[in-house]
Design a protein around this ligand. Structure first.
Ligand code: MV4
Length: 446
């Protein structure tokens, strides 16, 4: 096992990684920007190194600054967390060149799965359902129209380098398709320096379900079941849960096995999330693979009792997974609410500022992952998440009830948060019966 690692991230995930390190006897070196100089989580690190100004490009996104910090701190490995450099294949490559272990997959896997067209082809080779669409990239408008007429409208145009909802367009006929291709290509070119596009049949009112997987260097691949992340607003997840409340046991097993096939086909190592869309008949279709630990990983940790960050560290240090699939049991129901500093009255725009009152909820089955505190300041430079509130109970009704109680206990002043929005969703009868799709939050809250 490593004896000392660097965390190339900030906030709640930096703290989460520090905790896993300390339980494994690993020293954790934190980095911080000038905007985070007084952040509480730095006190829990064994060492903290300033890497630059507030702007991410000059600190958390700067490969030379992160690598310099790693060399100065003399670490064996870097954990990238999520966001920032977590899915940057070039960064993983630079780490390798510098003799520093990257706690994640190989640069080659990141490169491959970062290309959504290549990932689609990989899933197909793994005999996993993909959404009917183009074979590879679409060359021009004429080809797109031909394919759209074959699969039938509506269709969705996606960017090969996109993902997470960026650069997508839904079109309903030849005329709008022709017009959308040029715009989508220009947008993708500008945003990702890659104008490659592909086409899929548009699945209406889907659910978003994803499977947590881990794989070691010896080729052992295990799944930790699924998470339902249908409660989103403009591609920002708000509430996640496990299990998916509408999946029958047989379909769920098929889903998890499909995720394993995708990861095996990619010769993948470390933690991955395989994302699927679920249509109204509960048929699942492969969407993409996320090559990082995700924000919502605690949901899986609560229902499986497994520490995913520890698995990432063990796998990266070369350990094999000493677990069998049949030993990984799913117990009860976990729900996570993301508590963001956002003002619902201002279209959920970020609401940074000093927190004068911060009182955490507690009680049986309640977990709060946060780096914030009374007197802390929510910085305008970074994402607005303040805390993740996770509950774990025997049944879904109990989990919803406990989550509502915990949300009511949570005191954050004076900044506006997503607590009332989460409360409204959890109190809705359609959420209780889980008659929801990815448009639910926008219909309810705008
Ligand atoms: C789709 C889709 C419907 N049909 N693909 C959005 C995120 C990105 N990973 C893919 N996304 C979608 N792809 C087809 N063929 C609908 C969405 C989508 C969505 C997916 C998951 C969660 C929330 C969503 C919100 C809007 C659209």
């Amino acid at each position: 096992m490593f004896s000392r690692i660097l965390i190339a991230n900030r906030g709640e995930i930096a703290l989460r990684i520090i905790r896993a390190c300390h339980e494994l006897g690993i020293e954790a070196v934190a980095v911080y920007s000038q905007a985070d100089a007084d952040a509480e989580y730095l006190r829990l690190a064994d060492e903290a190194i300033c890497i630059g100004p507030a702007r991410p490009a000059e600190s958390y996104l700067s490969i030379p600054r992160i690598i310099s910090a790693a060399e100065i701190a003399d670490v064996e490995a870097i954990h990238p967390g999520y966001g920032f450099l977590a899915e940057n294949a070039h960064f993983a490559e630079v780490c390798a060149e510098c003799g520093i272990a990257f706690i994640g997959p190989t640069p080659e896997s990141m490169q491959l799965l970062g290309d959504k067209i290549a990932a689609r082809e990989l899933a197909e080779r793994a005999r996993v359902f993909i959404i009917p669409g183009s074979e590879g990239a679409i060359e021009d408008e004429a080809e797109a129209i031909k394919i759209a007429n074959k699969i039938g409208y509506p269709v969705i145009i996606k960017a090969a380098a996109g993902g997470g909802g960026r650069g997508m367009r839904v079109v309903h006929n030849d005329i709008t398709l022709r017009a959308a291709i040029g715009g989508a290509r220009a947008e993708a070119e500008a945003a990702f320096k890659n104008g490659a596009l592909y086409l899929e049949k548009f699945i209406s009112e889907p659910r978003h379900v994803e499977v947590q997987v881990i794989a070691d260097k010896a080729g052992n691949v295990l799944h930790f079941y699924e998470r339902d992340c249908t409660i989103q607003r403009r591609h920002q997840k708000l509430i996640e849960e496990s299990p998916c409340p509408v999946l029958e046991e047989k379909r769920r097993e098929e889903l998890c096995k499909a995720a394993l096939r995708v990861v095996k086909e990619a010769n993948y190592v470390n933690a991955a999330t395989v994302e699927f869309l679920l249509d109204k008949e509960n048929r699942f279709y492969f969407m993409e693979v996320n090559t990082r630990i995700q924000v919502e990983h605690p949901v899986t940790e609560m229902v499986t009792g497994q520490d995913l960050i520890k698995w990432q560290l063990k796998i990266a240090s070369g350990q094999t997974i000493d677990l069998r699939q049949k030993d990984i049991k799913h117990t009860g129901v976990a729900i996570e609410c993301r508590i963001n500093a956002e003002d619902p009255a201002k279209d959920f725009s970020p609401c940074p500022g000093r927190i004068t009152k911060f009182i955490l909820p507690g009680g049986i089955g309640v977990r709060v992952d946060t780096h914030q505190c009374q007197g802390c300041t929510v910085s305008p430079y970074y994402d607005s998440m303040i805390a993740k509130l996770i509950v774990h109970k025997k049944t879904r009704d109990q989990a919803i009830n406990t989550m509502k109680r915990a949300l009511a206990e949570f005191r954050i002043e004076p900044i506006k948060t997503t607590i009332p929005a989460c409360m409204e969703i959890l109190s809705h009868s359609d959420y209780a019966s889980s008659r929801i799709d990815t448009g639910f939050v926008e219909r309810l809250l705008g």
